[in-house]
Design a protein around this ligand. Structure first.
Ligand SMILES: Nc1nc2c(ncn2[C@@H]2O[C@H](COP(=O)(O)OP(=O)(O)O)[C@@H](O)[C@H]2O)c(=O)[nH]1
Ligand SMILES: [Mg+2]
Length: 401
């Protein structure tokens, strides 16, 4: 399962966002990590299922399908608040950095209201620049990775110049625990414009620049401009956009209120909806009415609360993952147990049906012969790249055990 990290300084709304995102009204699934660690939970990516288009009633196994919307589980972590100096162990810094090792995407939460200083203390709204909230996280991650690499850099650089090792492979090896591969290192080398034939001549600032690109390539992030419901947020959102970030204005608090109200049966609201419907006005107290009215007017201006969009944008936009639906029988669209459209997988751009087979099970990958497009019943060539919404039947030499 993919893992997203919610990161940022203190008091920007990380825990509120985490609570809102993990409050989902689906039958409880048993994910082992959620019971072990309190700051881990499951949220769902929303995706228009292929069931309606194919005119079938599906029977999902690894996901849910509600009214034609597939909910694909994504694990999320609420990371401890980050402070300047975290890379050197200040605050819970090192714990924070350890948490994000396995994350495929990061959501950096900024306080768009500008009402919290660098340490998370409340200040007059509009006086703190939320761009700083993002830079803190970026710079601390860079420094942390820099420290990891710097220790071994003289050795790696010398060995690379002597052609005993390849630079990108050696760097990727050093960072393999962070899920960084040699392709990411090559991209970072190219983006930083440094002479990779002479790494021993790189200055400290060169190495930092290289790390900066490596981190951006391997831990892509989007910015949650949180507290967008506050009067001073407009300015903060503009600043974040002007700084060139991929910004999603949101209100974690509004989303949390809506999911709670929906759970209690006061309103009809599904995560990601652009509006909600009050089920019975007479059941609401005046205070609840006012709160919901305020949220409704915020959602109208903002096209929703922005919270669900964070997850959808992170995986489908930022990472460009492709949802595909593997089935065993291309005619009935079922698995071996007769379940219709049981699974959906998120694969990386450029993935082949063989890659998909490996993702499902290494045995299936090894026994892979060819794949069939379940819509056309045509056999797909070895060069075929998976497209969003593909329904794929994999033919293998032996049955998956
Ligand atoms: N106005 C507003 N306040 C929020 C929002 N999200 C969080 N807060 C408030 O910000 C404060 C810090 O929230 P919390 O989730 O504990 O932040 P964390 O330290 O980053 O985990 C709390 O008082 C929240 O009620 C939001 O979307 N809008
Ligand atoms: Mg918190």
């Amino acid at each position: 399962m993919e893992l997203a990290g919610i990161v940022g300084k203190a008091n920007v709304g990380k825990s509120t966002l985490f609570t809102a995102l993990t409050m989902v009204d689906v039958p409880a699934a048993n994910f082992p990590f959620t019971t072990v660690k309190p700051n881990r939970g499951v949220t769902y990516l929303r995706y228009n299922c292929v069931c309606r288009e194919l005119g079938v009633k599906d029977d999902p196994v690894n996901s849910y399908c509600i009214d034609g919307v597939r909910l694909i589980p994504i694990q999320i972590i609420d990371c401890p608040g980050l402070v300047r100096g975290a890379h050197a162990g200040r605050g819970l810094g090192l714990q924070f950095l350890d948490e994000i090792r396995q994350a495929s995407a990061l959501i950096i939460v900024a306080d768009a209201s500008g009402g919290t200083d660098s340490d998370g203390n409340p200040v007059e709204p509009g006086t703190h620049d939320p761009v700083e909230d993002v830079l803190i996280v970026e710079e601390e991650m860079d420094r942390w990775m820099f420290n990891i690499l710097q220790r071994e850099w003289p050795r790696i650089a010398r060995a690379s110049e002597a052609k005993q090792v390849s630079l990108h492979e050696e760097v990727a090896r050093r960072f393999s625990g962070l899920g960084i591969d040699s392709e990411a290192v090559l991209t970072a080398e190219r983006l930083s414009g440094l002479d990779n034939s002479r790494p021993a001549s790189w200055k400290e600032s060169d190495l930092l620049l290289f790390i900066h690109h490596l981190r951006r390539v391997s831990k892509p992030f989007l910015v949650a401009a949180n507290k967008a419901d506050t009067p001073t947020a407009k300015k903060g959102i503009e600043k974040l956009k002007a700084a060139g970030f991929d910004v999603t204005p949101c209100s974690a608090e509004a989303e949390k209120t809506l999911r709670l109200a929906a759970e209690k049966g006061y309103i009809k609201y599904r995560p990601g909806d652009t509006e909600f419907e009050v089920i019975d006005q007479s059941k609401l107290t005046p205070v609840q009415k006012t709160a919901l009215d305020r949220i409704a007017s915020f959602m109208e201006k903002n096209n929703g609360t922005g919270v669900q969009q964070l997850i959808d944008k992170a995986y489908l936009g930022l990472l460009g993952y492709i949802p595909v639906f593997p089935v065993e029988d291309p005619y009935s669209l079922t698995d071996s147990k007769g379940r219709v459209l049981p699974d959906v997988y998120l694969v990386k751009r450029g993935s082949t049906p063989r890659d998909l087979a490996y993702k499902i099970h290494s045995d299936l990958g090894e026994a892979f012969l060819y794949a069939i497009d379940a819509r056309t019943k045509m056999r797909l060539g070895t060069e075929y790249r998976l497209k969003p919404r593909d329904v794929i039947s994999i033919v293998s030499a032996k049955k998956k055990s």
